[in-house]
Design a protein around this ligand. Structure first.
Ligand code: MV4
Length: 601
């Protein structure tokens, strides 16, 4: 076993991995950015190294800085957690090539192979795992899309070879859309994944999302640890995960679990991974493999009693499993509630603030995975998840009842969270009956019910009296769908006077401090730059593509650029026409909240 492990991550997952290390009597090394120097994972670790400024691209994603920290600390392994570099095959290879440091995860080759979606589909097919009807080679033309549609029917999904998660899929609802969608899919594949290759699948309507946890050691032993149902998602972001799935009968659940095992064995996979499936019309189909520990691994740990992270460390250190597949028993039911700093009543807009009160629940069957304490500040530098509440019950009914109790106990004041949303879901007929599909939140749930829940169960989120609270309205387009987003900016204004290219709808509304006093809601600066209105970034992120050039004549609705933030692609859309007088960003560039993107006259 290792002497010392560097955890190349932050927040709750960093503490989660360090807890496993502690139990194995392994030393822990944290890395942190300037924004995290007092963070919970730094407090928890035996030692900690600064790897750079707040911006993730310059710290948690800086591969050389992470490896240098491991060398400085004398760490003999690196665990990546999830997100950041966890599925970056190039980083895995860098660690594999670093003398004396072991990568805790699948090999970089496995990550490459499973990351190439058509290859993953071929491997699964070879293992007799059902795949979504479609191609296992790249599609070369829109004509192929039309032929596929003629043969399999519409809708057709065009998927990016390098895509995954919530990214890289275009749906062709009829033949007339084939040309445009094919070109868009290739262009976005190139922009987002540096790979314009795409493949085709029959689009399954209203599927459920079922995933199987697998672990494999170096002797080729492969174990499944049961499935998780992740069908409650919002814009491809999981919100509540549970296991076992309420939507599968035991026969299909067993079939899916064994299919995942066969596929992982065929791939000669090592360490922990998750095999994702779609379930529709009584059939299941392979979707993709995630080559990392997932946020929701906790659900599996609660129903099997197996510490997955410890087994990741043991397997990476060369140990074999000391349990057979028959020893894996799924007992009871577990749910994981992602406690995000978001305003669910306002399109789940990210929220920030100081934790005036942080009082998590406890008691039998209640697990908190977090890295926070009262008084900590939730900033906007990283993703919005601040904790995970995992609840176990002897069956789904007890799990729901216990979850209601735990969420009622959970008191957070000073920042808006989605706890009221979770409490609503536990009373929602579709969810409680287990009949929800992946489209439910995006297409069916009445948002007024979320507002009512927030009214009923929301807590004080007023900024401290001396803090300025500025509310800004934005119109963004996500995957072709327009959203009115109102973002609150607290404390030092990132941008004193970002005017707007949209005639004012994102003009800052200056409100007095305290609990959102009325203030002058139409206030805020009218300042626009001499060259015209500036369109500024409202959140930290990465420019995926730029749609305009200086001198362009644009119209309202034109996409100025695409900003990736919190794992979502956000089209930044001009709200009114004009001439582009300045393009201040370029593809691949990271931007901070308030950075000027485009100036329009
Ligand atoms: C699909 C699909 C329906 N049919 N593929 C979304 C992102 C990527 N991981 C795959 N996704 C989907 N692929 C076919 N052939 C529906 C989705 C999908 C989805 C899948 C799982 C969980 C949530 C989802 C939300 C929207 C769409």
């Amino acid at each position: 076993m290792f002497d010392k492990v560097l955890v190349a991550n932050r927040g709750e997952i960093a503490v989660r991995v360090m807890r496993a290390c502690e139990e194995l009597d392994v030393g822990t090394v944290a890395v942190y950015s300037d924004a995290d120097k007092n963070a919970g994972h730094v407090r928890y670790a035996d030692e900690a190294y600064n790897v750079g400024p707040a911006r993730a691209a310059d710290s948690y994603l800086d591969q050389e800085a992470i490896v240098d920290a491991a060398k400085k600390a004398g760490a003999d392994a690196i665990h990546p957690g999830y997100g950041f570099l966890a599925e970056n095959a190039e980083f895995a290879a860098l660690v594999e090539e670093t003398e004396g440091v072991t990568w805790v995860g699948p090999t970089s080759d496995s990550m490459e192979q499973m990351g190439e979606k058509t290859n993953a589909r071929k491997v699964m097919q070879a293992a007799d795992v059902p795949i979504v009807p479609g191609t296992t080679d790249p599609a070369e033309s829109a004509e192929e899309v039309k032929q596929f549609g003629d043969e399999h029917g519409y809708p057709v999904a065009i998927k990016a070879e390098g895509g995954g998660g919530g990214r890289g899929m275009k749906v062709v609802w009829d033949e007339s859309e084939a040309e445009d969608q094919f070109e868009t899919a290739k262009r976005e594949g190139e922009a987002y994944f540096d790979n314009d290759s795409v493949y085709l699948e029959r689009y399954l309507d209203h599927p459920r999302h079922i995933e199987v946890q697998v672990v494999a050691d170096h002797s080729g032993n492969v174990r499944h640890l049961g499935e998780r149902d992740c069908s409650l998602q919002r814009r491809h972001q999981k919100v509540i995960e549970e296991g076992p799935s309420p939507a599968l009968d035991e026969a299909m659940a067993e079939e899916i679990r064994e299919a995942a095992r066969r596929g992982v064995a065929e791939a000669d996979y090592r360490n922990a991974g998750t095999v994702e499936f779609l379930v529709a019309d009584g059939e299941f189909y392979f979707l993709e493999v995630n080559t990392r520990i997932q946020v929701e691994h906790t659900v599996t740990e609660e129903i099997t009693g197996i510490d997955i992270v410890k087994w990741q460390l043991r397997v990476a250190a060369g140990e074999e499993f000391d349990f057979s597949q028959d020893d894996v028993e799924l007992e009871g039911h577990a749910m994981e509630f992602r406690i995000n700093a978001e305003n669910a009543a306002n399109s789940f807009a990210p929220a920030t603030g100081k934790l005036a009160t942080y009082d998590p629940p406890g008691g039998i069957g209640v697990r908190m995975d977090d890295a926070l304490r009262q008084g900590d500040t939730i900033g906007g530098d990283y993703d919005s998840m601040i904790a995970k509440l995992i609840v176990y019950g002897s069956d789904r009914e007890e799990c729901i009842a216990r979850s209601k109790r735990a969420l009622e106990e959970y008191t957070i004041e000073g920042v808006t969270t989605i706890i009221p949303f979770h409490r609503l879901m536990l009373t929602d007929e579709k969810f409680v009956s287990g009949e929800h599909t992946t489209d439910y939140l995006d297409e069916e749930l009445d948002t007024t019910r979320i507002e009512e829940a927030q009214e009923k169960w929301g807590t004080e989120t007023d900024a401290s009296d001396d803090e300025e609270v500025v509310e800004r309205e934005f119109t963004v387009e996500v995957n072709g769908k327009r959203f009115e987003v109102s973002l609150e900016e607290r404390g030092e204004l990132a941008v004193a006077a970002a005017g707007s290219a949209n005639g004012g709808s994102n003009r800052p509304k200056q409100r007095s401090g305290g609990s959102g006093g009325s203030g002058d809601s139409s206030g805020g600066s009218d300042a626009t730059s001499a060259a015209g209105d500036t369109v500024a970034a409202e959140m930290q992120g990465t420019i995926l593509s730029v749609g305009v050039s200086e001198g362009d004549e644009i119209e309202a609705g034109d996409v100025l650029c695409v900003l990736e933030a919190m794992k979502m692609e956000n089209d930044i859309v001009a709200e009114r026409g004009g001439t582009v007088t300045e393009v201040a960003i370029s593809e691949g560039e990271s931007v901070n909240m308030g950075d000027v993107l485009v100036v329009i006259d």
